[in-house]
Write a protein that binds this ligand. Structure first.
Ligand SMILES: [Zn+2]
Length: 298
């Protein structure tokens, strides 16, 4: 259950992270509701539903945000007011070392990776989850009137507000909670998925090239391929030999370099059909080979 919530959160949040102006209506609500239900179910399992009993509905996002805000007043709830923000709360990791609780966080500006990430989330320690209740509630106010289009004329004259980047940042920050931590996997999945689609297009293109040039030209190119490819040499002993192309079958695949696991899967271009294999695909094939090898060994 919690995995499904985390996955729904991740799918929606990654979409919003890529382009929050072009997300379908309800994407933000779906991400936020699933994240908050997962967090509250992990922290205070009895308080996630509207009334007692497992069949009762889960509370809406706004009620769950209010619950987190109220928890900051309860001693020992693991929720504290963030020192740097209005209506922002920090949830400590329930599995963190008890001794770490209440430790003053190091000033965020001193971390060495600040330069690498343009917008660090300040004031949350490594084991805390930053819940910006004010910003998340504001995001709900922005997204919900759109979905439940109001009839009265006064509302219609108002300029509709749009989701802003700060809303998305607040949503992404929830991923620190142990019940979520799902964004990296989803990003990787999407990256691989788009790399696979690109590879399919590359293959189709290469098949068309092969048809266009004909067999005689393909043979001529294959004969010349060895000359054109820079294989291993004293100056570059780890360069890959020319390989069989997975599309045309000629020994004509000229690798620029190999996969990150050192399995000898090259990325580069076939000198006959011009099929291009990207590093992402070479790495994916190498990982699969590695899994296969382990599976056969065990
Ligand atoms: Zn080829």
């Amino acid at each position: 259950m919690s995995d499904r919530r985390a996955r729904t959160y991740a799918v929606c949040a990654v979409k919003l992270d890529e382009d929050h102006t072009d997300a379908a209506e309800g994407t933000f609500d779906a991400a936020l509701t699933n994240a908050l239900v997962a967090i509250v179910a992990a922290e205070w399992p009895k308080e996630v539903r509207k009334s007692k009993g497992p069949t009762s509905q889960t509370k809406p996002a706004s009620a769950l945000l209010k619950l987190i805000r109220d928890k900051a007043e309860e001693a020992g709830s693991g929720v504290r007011i963030a020192p740097d923000g209005h209506d922002v709360f920090l949830l400590s990791d329930p599995h963190a070392d008890e001794g770490n609780r209440g430790v003053e966080e190091a000033p965020a500006a001193e971390t060495p990776w600040d330069d690498l990430f343009s917008e660090p989330w300040p004031a949350a320690g490594p084991l805390e989850t930053r819940v910006d209740v004010g910003t998340l509630q504001d995001a709900l106010d922005v997204t919900q009137p759109v979905r439940h289009a109001r009839e009265d004329g006064d509302e219609a004259e108002e300029e509709p507000r749009l989701l802003e980047r700060r809303h998305v940042e607040a949503l992404l920050a929830l991923d620190s909670h142990p019940s979520l931590r799902a964004l990296v996997m989803e990003q990787e999945y999407r990256y691989e998925d788009s790399a696979q689609k690109q590879d399919e297009r590359e293959r189709e293109q290469a098949v068309r090239t092969l048809e266009r040039i004909g067999e005689e030209e393909a043979d001529r190119r294959a004969a010349a391929a060895d000359e054109l490819h820079d294989g291993p040499s004293p100056g570059d002993p780890y360069a890959l030999e020319i390989q069989e192309c997975p599309v045309c079958g000629y020994e004509a695949f000229s690798s620029d370099d190999g996969d990150e696991l050192g399995m000898g899967v090259g990325f580069g271009e076939c000198l006959v059909c011009h099929y291009r294999r990207t590093p992402a695909i070479a790495n994916a094939i190498a990982r699969q080979m590695e899994w296969q090898r382990r599976w056969e060994r065990d």
